[in-house]
Ligand binder design. Structure first.
Ligand code: FAD
Length: 554
C-alpha cells in the first residue's frame, strides 16, 4: 500500500487567522447544518476541477490538501482536529484547484455550500471567522504558487496575458518557465504538446493549450455562470470600486443587477498594493483584498458578476439599453451604470509594443514584483500610483528608480507618500528625466533616458519598466452615443449642456446621469472625477439611488 499523503507533516500555524481551530460551541452550530460521516485514509473529499464542493469540518483524524492529485501529489497543508477545509473559491462558486484527501481516518462534518453561504450571511461570529480564514488562505496560496500550473516561455506575450489574467483575478498559480526548466520541457513533450501550442495551463481537472482568458475562466469557474435574463433592472459595465459599489447597493436594494468586467473585478484599485486613504482602514488595505470582500458582498446580495466580459457596443432600444459583448452576446438593461474607469497612457517610445508584457508593465502586482525579484526596475510617473508602485517594488527588486519629468515630486504626489519615498533608501528619484529608447533582445534589458535640462542621454540597466503616466477613459465601447469631453470622459449632471440635453426633453439630468436618461457614469470615467477609491465607491452607491428614481418615473 502506498504511503499516506503528507505523512509526518505538521499542521500550518494559524497565521493571520488562516487556520483557526473551532471550539465546541462553534462545531455544534456547524453540525446542525450538515451531516457527520466516518472517513478512511485515502478517501477523497473533493478533487481539483470538481464542479462545486462542500464545506468540511475535521471532527477527528487529519486531511491533506494536495496539488496535482495522482500526479505531482504536492501536499500543501494538513488540517487536523477541529480545523475546517476550503478557501475563498468555495464561497464564490469557483472550481477547487486543490484536492482534499483523508490522511488519518476519523470523522468530518459535511455542510452543503448553500447552507455555508447562509451561515456566513447570518452568523456574525462564524461568518467572520470563516471569511477571514478564507481571505488569508487565498493570500498564502498566491504567495506559495499553490494552484493551477502555467507552463510557457517568459518571452511569450500569451504567457504574460494569462499570468496577468490570473494575477488580476487573484487565482493562485505556479509559473514554470520553459526557458529555464528542462523538466518542464520534458513534461510538455510527454503530454504530446508542441512548443507552438504553449503556454499551457495544467490543473483543475484539465489541460488547456494557449487558452483565451474566457476559456481559462470557464475552466476555473470564475464569476457567475449562465446567460443573463432577457432584461435586467441594472447593467453595470466595469467592476472597479465604482462598479462593485453599484453592484452591492443595486442588488441589496432589490434590483436585478448584472455587473460585467473585461478583465477582473477590482479595477485599478485591485492592482494597488496598499490603499492608505480609504475610510475605516487606518493601517491601509490592499486593493485586491478590498475587491475580494466587495465581490463576496455583491454576490451575497444576489448580483451576477461576470468576467471576462468586455463591452464592445452600446445601443438604446425603446425604453431600454443593449450592451454588446466581445463574444457576440448582449445584455439588456432598463438602466445602465457606466463604471468602466480609465486605463494608463503609454509612453511615446519606439518599439514600445515589442516590450509590453515582457519588460514594460502598467500594473505593479505581486506577480510582476516576483518576476523582477533582485533585478533593476524603473518606475515612470509622478502621481500616487507611481509612488505606491515604487515603494512596493523596492521590497522585491534589486534597485528601484523613480523617473519624473518635473523637478519636484510634491507637486503631483500626496505628501505622505513623498515622505515615505524620501525615507526609503531603496528608491532613487531621478528628476527631469524621460525614457527615450528601450533595448533588449527578447525582453527589456536597457532603457535609455534623457536629462530634460542638458539633453544628455544615458543607458540604464532595467529588467522592468513600470509606466504610470496618466489615464485615458475606457469609453470607446459607447461608440460616441453618450456625450463626453474631448478626451472621452463622460459629462454628467449639470455638465451635460446644449445639444447634449436633447434626449432629456428639456429636463435637467439627474446628478451622475449622462446625456441619456437612465444611463449614469460613476468613478474615474466621468469628467471632473477626483480619481479616488472612496469617491468611486460613494458615486457607485449614489447612482443606485438615482436609478430607483428613473425606474419609478417610467
Ligand atoms: C496602482 C494604483 C494605486 C492607486 N492607489 C490609490 C489609493 O491609494 N487611494 C485612492 O483613493 N485611489 C488610488 N488609486 C486610484 C483608484 O484606484 C481609482 O480612482 C479607482 O480605482 C477608480 O475606480 P473606477 O471603478 O472608477 O474605475 P477602475 O478602477 O478603472 O475600474 C474600471 C473597470 O472597468 C473595466 N472595463 C473597462 N472597459 C471595459 C469594457 N469595455 N467592458 C467591461 N469592463 C471594462 C476595467 O477592466 C476595470 O476593471 C490607485 C490607482 C492605481 C492604478
Amino acid at each position: 500500500m502506498s504511503e499516506p499523503l503528507g505523512l509526518g507533516m505538521a499542521e500550518p500555524a494559524d497565521h493571520h487567522g488562516a487556520f483557526p481551530r473551532l471550539d465546541d460551541d462553534q462545531r455544534a452550530r456547524l453540525r446542525a447544518l450538515g451531516e457527520t460521516i466516518v472517513t478512511r485514509p485515502g478517501q477523497v473529499l473533493f478533487r481539483e476541477g470538481d464542479d462545486g464542493y462542500d464545506f468540511y469540518v475535521v471532527e477527528s483524524g487529519a486531511v491533506a490538501i494536495v496539488q496535482g492529485l495522482d500526479g505531482q501529489n504536492r501536499v500543501i497543508a494538513i488540517h487536523g482536529t477541529h480545523r475546517f477545509l476550503g478557501e475563498l473559491g468555495l464561497l464564490t462558486g469557483a472550481r477547487p484547484f486543490l484536492s482534499a484527501v483523508v490522511r488519518d481516518g476519523g470523522e468530518v462534518t459535511r455542510i452543503p455550500v448553500a447552507r455555508l453561504r447562509e451561515l456566513v450571511r447570518d452568523d456574525e461570529d462564524l461568518g467572520n471567522l470563516i471569511l477571514r480564514a478564507y481571505i488569508a488562505r487565498r493570500a498564502i496560496l498566491i504567495e506559495t504558487g499553490a494552484g493551477i500550473r502555467v507552463v510557457g516561455s517568459r518571452y511569450s506575450r500569451h504567457s504574460q496575458r494569462l499570468r496577468e489574467f490570473l494575477a488580476r483575478n487573484r487565482v493562485p498559480y505556479q509559473w514554470t518557465d520553459l526557458e529555464e526548466d528542462e523538466e518542464a520541457d520534458a513534461l510538455i513533450r510527454a503530454l504530446g504538446i508542441a512548443p507552438a501550442e504553449t503556454p499551457v495551463v495544467l490543473g483543475a481537472g484539465g489541460v488547456l493549450r494557449n487558452p483565451s482568458n474566457g476559456e481559462l475562466a470557464a475552466m476555473l469557474g470564475l464569476g457567475s455562470r449562465g446567460a443573463a435574463p432577457p432584461m435586467c433592472d441594472l447593467v453595470i459595465v466595469g467592476g472597479g470600486p465604482a462598479g462593485l459599489a453599484a453592484a452591492v447597493y443595486g442588488a441589496s436594494e432589490g434590483l436585478d443587477t448584472q455587473a460585467i468586467d473585461a478583465v477582473a473585478f477590482g479595477g485599478q484599485a485591485g492592482t494597488s498594493s496598499r490603499i492608505e486613504n480609504y475610510l475605516g482602514f487606518p493601517r491601509g488595505i490592499s486593493g485586491s483584498e478590498l475587491a475580494e470582500r466587495a465581490q463576496l458582498q455583491a454576490a451575497k446580495f444576489g448580483a451576477r458578476l461576470v468576467v471576462p466580459a468586455e463591452a464592445v457596443g452600446f445601443a438604446r432600444e425603446d425604453s431600454h439599453f443593449v450592451v454588446e459583448l466581445a463574444g457576440g452576446e448582449v445584455v439588456r438593461g432598463r438602466t445602465v451604470i457606466v463604471a468602466s474607469g480609465a486605463h494608463y497612457r503609454r509612453l511615446d517610445v519606439a518599439e514600445l509594443d515589442r516590450f509590453e508584457g515582457v519588460g514594460v508593465y502598467y500594473a505593479a502586482t505581486i506577480s510582476e514584483a516576483l518576476g523582477c525579484a533582485g533585478a533593476p526596475v524603473l518606475v515612470v510617473g509622478g502621481g500616487n500610483s507611481a509612488g505606491q508602485a515604487a515603494m512596493f517594488l523596492s521590497q522585491h527588486a534589486g534597485s528601484c528608480r523613480l523617473l519624473i519629468r518635473g523637478g519636484e515630486l510634491r507637486k503631483s504626489m500626496s505628501h505622505y507618500l513623498v515622505d515615505e519615498i524620501e525615507r526609503n533608501p531603496r528608491v532613487e528619484v531621478l528628476t527631469h528625466t524621460e525614457v527615450v529608447e528601450l533595448r533588449g533582445e527578447h525582453s527589456l534589458e536597457v532603457a535609455v533616458v534623457r536629462d530634460g535640462h542638458s539633453g544628455a542621454t544615458r543607458a540604464i540597466d532595467a529588467r522592468a519598466l513600470f509606466v504610470f503616466v496618466g489615464a485615458a477613459p475606457c469609453t470607446d465601447w459607447l461608440c460616441g452615443k453618450v456625450a463626453g469631453d474631448e478626451h472621452g470622459f463622460l459629462f454628467t449632471g449639470r455638465d451635460v449642456q446644449g445639444e447634449d440635453l436633447a434626449a432629456h426633453d428639456g429636463e435637467r439630468p439627474l446628478f451622475l446621469e449622462t446625456s441619456l436618461p437612465g444611463v449614469f457614469a460613476v468613478g474615474d470615467v466621468h469628467a471632473g472625477s477626483v480619481k479616488r477609491v472612496a469617491s468611486a465607491v460613494g458615486e457607485g452607491s449614489m447612482a443606485v439611488a438615482l436609478v430607483h428614481q428613473r425606474l419609478a418615473a417610467r
